[in-house]
Structures are given as structure tokens and as C-alpha cells.
Ligand binder design. Structure first.
Ligand SMILES: Cc1ncc(COP(=O)(O)O)c(C=O)c1O
Length: 458
């Protein structure tokens, strides 16, 4: 029987990040200044980010060296294991070989610390004292709190109200690592106060929480903003996942992979696993790449490609991406980390270029797949990651119907230990599917009508 866990030694942690901007067939169009409509330059971003990160954002170098100080921290949990899902394969009766990269072994429980540690390092190096950020599911806020404590930075987290209420233990974890946490919309910022006036019971959204964190950072000299997804440098930092997975698949005796699967909120764990494989695909390898999203927040499957703001209060630059419109507030589904109106420009461009394909699932089907996984492999997956499990099971079933055996690898981006209320709701038939009417999508998209249009139509 082939091994269940394929592990690498610490010496095999990648020494550089892989930058797809060196190989992407169509480079993403530049972000635009919200006031002038002109492409933004490094100086425009300097109030929010340290220069090292701004330069990584625009770099087209294929390899970017990982600083020793960052490797020292990553070593606490990296390399992460790659599992052969023998028991899941048996449970669903597939002839395909399924592998998953398990990022839930980090202290915060997900892939997010891979970039949080790098971002905290570059901020501390630049002399910044404090970080303001948002969190959806609580995973990113926990990761930033953890990273800030390692590099001696203060951390303020604006946590989307619905997650703040659903996941008190996430807040406590962030506070344990020294962060201060408020529910968003909050009374601490102009953006938050404005939202609360419009709707005192707002469930919040990542778009609103980002507005609050950006405003906080822009109005204090000692503070930087940190984003847990979407931006080029965040996807760059996550590519340790895919690079390790490629070594591990080779160690398992696989000469190639047929299907790569990841869930997509802003696109960072998906990109982290998929980008090194997409490099091979650009080079001619025959790989199907599937991006899995919630039907309640169908950015890739139903959102047009457009310039849009990254946040609700229109404080960020305009970025070219698939979007549901910056004031779209997704229903309060339990995969809080997938409740974002936009997606990374890199992921959007790769989709336009036909290098990946999106699928959208209903949350009850996603939890059904999560239970199948928990009862076969043992790990209780994060609701976000469970989208990738559903995508994987569907892909294996399609292969069985075609009578072929495929090698499928997916990213298990985190564990669901703080999501048990969601499992409880599913197991006791209280979990609802949120149908998203076309009228609501069309209403939200009105917000992007006046914005500049990207040169490449959808
Ligand atoms: C476990 C987990 N997976 C996935 C995501 C989605 O984010 P991204 O698309 O940036 O990977 C999140 C976001 O919070 C998360 O916590």
C-alpha cells in the first residue's frame, strides 16, 4: 500500500516564492488611482504598505528569495504534509488517486500565516509599529495576530460581525496572541459609523471590514494595512504550498497530476497551490484547474470582469477582477472567508486566459462533502476548504463515469475546529441554502457601471 503521509524535511522548505507574473500569458492590467483613473505608482501605496511589499506587488522576477527570518518562523510548521486520501477514495468508491495538502497544521489552523509572517517581517523591517487588518472567518486575523507577536508589532483586527458572533473562540485566540479585535462595522472608523447608520444590524462583509482597516492605516503614521488575499504579493507568498506539493507528488511516484482543486475567496490558497501547476500548464502540461466558490457569493461564475474597488467605502485603488460589485453583501453563509465580492486579479486573468475553470456549490452540498471527508479521513475541514473537497469528489465521480483514473490534488486550506456551530446547524437540519436572485446581482452591479472598463472584455 502506498504511503498515506508524504512528508519533507525542514531542509526542503522552498527557499524562494514562485512569481507567475514572469510566465502569465496576459499580464493583469494595472490598478488605477480612484481619483484620477490613472495607473497607480509605488508612492500611492506607500502610506499603506512597506516598500518591500510594494516592489513584490509589481515584480516580474520568476523567483523571489524568502528571507531567513521568515523561514525561521515558517519552520515551526512547514513543510506541511501531503496526504494520500486512501480512506476517502474508498468511501466514495473512486478509481482515481486523491491527494490533499494539509495547511491546517499551522498554529492558526490555515494557510494564512504563510503570508502573514512575511508581511509582518517586512513591516517590522521598515520600522512600522502597528498593523490594521480585517478578518472574515477569523483565520486571517488569527494569522496576523500570530505573526505580529513574532515580530513585535501591535495588531488591530476588524472582524466581520457575522463571524464575530458565530466564532467567539477565534476572537479569544487573536487576543491570546496580543491583538485587539472589534466587530465590523464598528464605531471606531468613519466607514464603520456610516454603515451602522444605514443598517444598525448589518452582518458586515469583508468589503466593509477592509474599508475600516484601510481608513485606520491611512490615518495613522505608525500603522500599515495588511490584506490576507487578492493582492499579487499575497498569492506570491502562498506559492510555498504548490512548490512543496509538487516535490511530494514526485516522492509519491506520480509523474504528473490531472486535476488541481482549491476553494476561492480572494484567491490566495487556490493560487498558492495552483500557480506552480499552472506554470506547467502554460508550458504544455494537460492539467484541469478548478476554482470552487459558494453559490451564495458566485464571483467567478456570475460576476463580470471589471475594474472595481476592493472595499465597500471605495477607499482602495481600482483593480481589474471578476466582481459582484463593491457594495454586494453576501448572505451570512458559514464559509465566512469566501464572502468577498471580488477575486485576485491574477486569478481573474488566468480564468480569462482559459487556464482555470470555476464551479459554484450550495452550502448544504458542501457540508455533505465535509461530513464524508471527516468520517473517512478524520480531519474536520474548515467550511471554506470543504468547497475544495466537494470539487474533488465531483471531479473523481466524473472520472469514474468516463472510466478513467485520474490524479487529483486539492488544498485542504484549514481545519474547522472553530466552525462547530456550523456543523451543528447542518447535522440538525438548521442549515439553509441562500439562493441568490439575478435581480440582487444586477442591483449590486449598478455600483460598478460608472467605473473605468478594463481593456479585455469578459
Ligand atoms: C481556511 C480558509 N480557506 C480559504 C479561505 C479563503 O481565502 P483565500 O481565497 O484567500 O484562500 C479562507 C479565508 O479566510 C480560510 O480561512
Amino acid at each position: 500500500m502506498p504511503d498515506t503521509k508524504i512528508v519533507l524535511t525542514e531542509r526542503e522548505i522552498p527557499r524562494s516564492w514562485y512569481n507567475i507574473l514572469a510566465d502569465i500569458p496576459t499580464p493583469p492590467q494595472p490598478p488605477l488611482h480612484p481619483g484620477t483613473g490613472e495607473p497607480i505608482g509605488p508612492a500611492d501605496l506607500a502610506p499603506l504598505f512597506p516598500m518591500d511589499l510594494i516592489l513584490q506587488e509589481v515584480s516580474t522576477d520568476r523567483e523571489v528569495a524568502i528571507p531567513e527570518e521568515v523561514l525561521d518562523v515558517l519552520r515551526l510548521w512547514r513543510p506541511t504534509p501531503l496526504y494520500r486520501a486512501h480512506r476517502l477514495e474508498k468511501a466514495i468508491g473512486t478509481g482515481s488517486r486523491i491527494y490533499y495538502k494539509y495547511e491546517g497544521v499551522s498554529p492558526a489552523g490555515s494557510h494564512k500565516p504563510n503570508t502573514a509572517v512575511a508581511q509582518a517581517f517586512y513591516n517590522a523591517k521598515a520600522g512600522r509599529k502597528r498593523i490594521a487588518t480585517e478578518t472574515g472567518a477569523g483565520q486571517w486575523g488569527s494569522s496576523m495576530a500570530l505573526a505580529c507577536t513574532f515580530f513585535g508589532l501591535e495588531c488591530k483586527v476588524y472582524m466581520v460581525r457575522v463571524s464575530y458572533d458565530q466564532k467567539p473562540y477565534r476572537r479569544m485566540m487573536m487576543e491570546t496572541w496580543g491583538a485587539s479585535v472589534v466587530a465590523s462595522p464598528s464605531a471606531d472608523t468613519n466607514a464603520g459609523r456610516g454603515m451602522l447608520e444605514q443598517n444598525p444590524d448589518s452582518p458586515g462583509s469583508l468589503g466593509i471590514a477592509i474599508s475600516e482597516a484601510v481608513e485606520d492605516a491611512a490615518t495613522r503614521d505608525d500603522t500599515s494595512y495588511a490584506l490576507g488575499s487578492v493582492l499579487n504579493h499575497v498569492l506570491l507568498h502562498q506559492t510555498v504550498i504548490g512548490q512543496e506539493a509538487q516535490k511530494q507528488l514526485a516522492a509519491a511516484g506520480e509523474s504528473g497530476v490531472d486535476v488541481v482543486v482549491g476553494c476561492v475567496g480572494g484567491g490566495s490558497n487556490f493560487g498558492g497551490l495552483a500557480l506552480p501547476f499552472i506554470r506547467d500548464k502554460i508550458g504544455g502540461a494537460d492539467i484541469e484547474v478548478i476554482a470552487c466558490e459558494p453559490a451564495a457569493c458566485p464571483t467567478l461564475t456570475r460576476g463580470p470582469f471589471s475594474y472595481d474597488f476592493g472595499d465597500t467605502a471605495q477607499l482602495t485603488p481600482l483593480v481589474p477582477m471578476h466582481t459582484l460589485g463593491h457594495d454586494f453583501v453576501p448572505p451570512g453563509i458559514h464559509a465566512g472567508g469566501l464572502r468577498y465580492h471580488g477575486v485576485a486579479p491574477i486569478v481573474s486573468q488566468l480564468m480569462l486566459d482559459g487556464l482555470l475553470r470555476p464551479e459554484a456549490y450550495r452550502q448544504t452540498d458542501v457540508f455533505g462533502s465535509a461530513i464524508t471527508f471527516a468520517q473517512s479521513e478524520g480531519i474536520v475541514p474548515a467550511p471554506e476548504s470543504a468547497h475544495a473537497i466537494k470539487g474533488t469528489i465531483d471531479a473523481a465521480k466524473r472520472a469514474d463515469e468516463e472510466g478513467v483514473e485520474k490524479v487529483i490534488v486539492f488544498n485542504l486550506s484549514g481545519h474547522g475546529h472553530f466552525d462547530m456551530a456550523a456543523y451543528d446547524a447542518y447535522l440538525h437540519h438548521r442549515l439553509e441554502d441562500h439562493e441568490l436572485p439575478e435581480e440582487e446581482i444586477q442591483r449590486a452591479l449598478k455600483a460598478i457601471e460608472p467605473l473605468p472598463k478594463p481593456a479585455v472584455p469578459a
